[in-house]
Design a binder for this molecule. Structure first.
Ligand SMILES: *Cc1c(COP(=O)(O)O)cnc(C)c1O
Length: 384
């Protein structure tokens, strides 16, 4: 059957009809008072979402552009930075640092394991001359499904005093508690096709007063991604360059939906989706790739044994039109990833798990009792 695609990948995520209808309209002029009013309202809603009083700016980029902007606006050539690398995205931010001539120190952990906060503590306390200018951490490492302990790392960075805490929050914002001001985060970057529930194309960067101080003396080159330009424009409810107006009208709609649901409900829904998915995978006797202590509420990675990951994904797509994500780099064909981020309900997880059971049987996988994954998921949903 056509036209029944179900996205269970960690981005792009499903888009609610309200937002799809907003996207279908004629673009409005971006220098009109109508559009300015929208920007004004969205700016307030974005602050609410980030739990901050600081500036939150919208850029026409994917998530990578937002994180890159969040790094280059506050640093200078040769600055020493620590980058947490326990997956594809952490590695990407280290590469951005390399590309701009920063002195990058990678704090690594095996893919599938969380970053070791003790290693950050050691580097930061040994740095008595305060040469570390920034610490970059990917909160929810999408490539593995690991949630890093950002709260602890940001506390260590606060104690250091000089370094900025720069966060890739692309698959954590709108899924798990991320109180920017309470945790003292300096830069929080995200992208539209994840928790925001709209298609790709917009990036978001929230910037603390401390980071704006660093901006004044930062010397790395910047033009399109110069956040000062966006800040100036945002103060006047406008944008420095032509923004994707349709995407923004759609965003206005989804931010309204998020406000109506409430932050606590959004977080508990993602927690429930994660718990049900993980319980189901355990019920299927399949190893989870991320530990229970550090599991991302946005994405669950599964490392099947005795059966390859990609045939499972391929048949899920062919048989049920459910898109799952694969493994990246050395994890290709070793893991598959179930996204449950954004516009995802309990029903979606039940469908995905039941479909997965059919697929596993069709592939001749005998490591589970049919019905055991669904049963485990229903138990979680019945209790919460
Ligand atoms: C999706 C994602 C990004 C951004 O990727 P783009 O393709 O540039 O939008 C960055 N970090 C994480 C953790 C992500 O999941």
């Amino acid at each position: 059957m056509d036209d029944k695609l179900m996205l269970m990948i960690p981005g792009p995520t499903p888009v609610p009809e309200t937002a799809l209808l907003a996207l279908a309209k004629h673009p409005i002029g971006h220098r009109t008072s109508e559009f300015s009013n929208l920007i004004g309202e969205m700016t307030q809603n974005l602050k609410w979402l980030h739990q901050t009083q600081s500036d939150v700016m919208m850029l026409t980029t994917s998530g990578t552009g937002a994180v890159e902007a969040g790094i280059i606006n506050f640093l200078s050539l040769g600055d020493r930075i620590l980058v947490g690398c326990n997956g594809k995205f952490g590695e990407r931010w280290a590469e951005v640092g390399d590309a701009y001539g920063l002195n990058v120190e990678r704090i690594t952990a095996e893919w599938g394991q969380p970053l070791d906060t003790q290693q950050f503590a050691e580097k930061l306390t040994q740095d008595t001359e305060k040469q570390i200018k920034a610490v970059v951490v990917t909160h929810s490492e999408t490539s593995t499904g690991v949630l890093n302990d950002l709260e602890t790392i940001s506390r260590l960075v606060k104690e250091h005093g000089e370094a900025l805490m720069i966060v890739d929050a692309v698959t954590s914002l709108g899924a798990v508690n991320l109180p920017m001001d309470a945790w003292g985060l300096d830069v929080v970057a995200s992208g539209s096709q994840k928790g925001y529930m709209i298609p790709p194309g917009l990036g978001f960067v929230a910037v603390s007063p401390k980071a704006w101080e660093a901006y004044k003396t930062a010397k790395l080159p910047r033009y399109y991604l110069d956040l000062g330009k966006y800040r100036k424009s945002a103060a006047k409810n406008t944008t420095p360059f032509t923004p994707p107006v349709n995407l923004m009208v759609a965003l206005h709609a989804t931010l309204g939906m998020m406000q109506a649901e409430g932050l606590e409900s959004i977080f508990s829904r993602h927690q429930r989706l994660m718990n049900a998915t993980r319980a189901a995978i355990k019920g299927l006797n399949m190893p989870l790739f991320a530990p229970d202590t550090n599991a991302s509420p946005a994405i669950t990675s599964v490392a099947p044994q005795g059966i390859e990951a990609d045939p499972i994904r391929n048949l899920m797509k062919k048989r049920f039109d459910i898109a799952l994500a694969g493994g990246q780099d050395h994890l290709k064909n070793k893991i598959f990833r179930i996204g449950h981020l954004g516009f995802v309900s309990d029903r979606d997880v039940l469908s995905a798990i039941a479909s997965l059971e059919v697929v596993l049987q069709e592939l001749g996988y005998e490591g589970f009792t049919p019905g055991s994954g669904v049963a485990a998921a229903t138990r979680v949903f019945a209790q919460s």
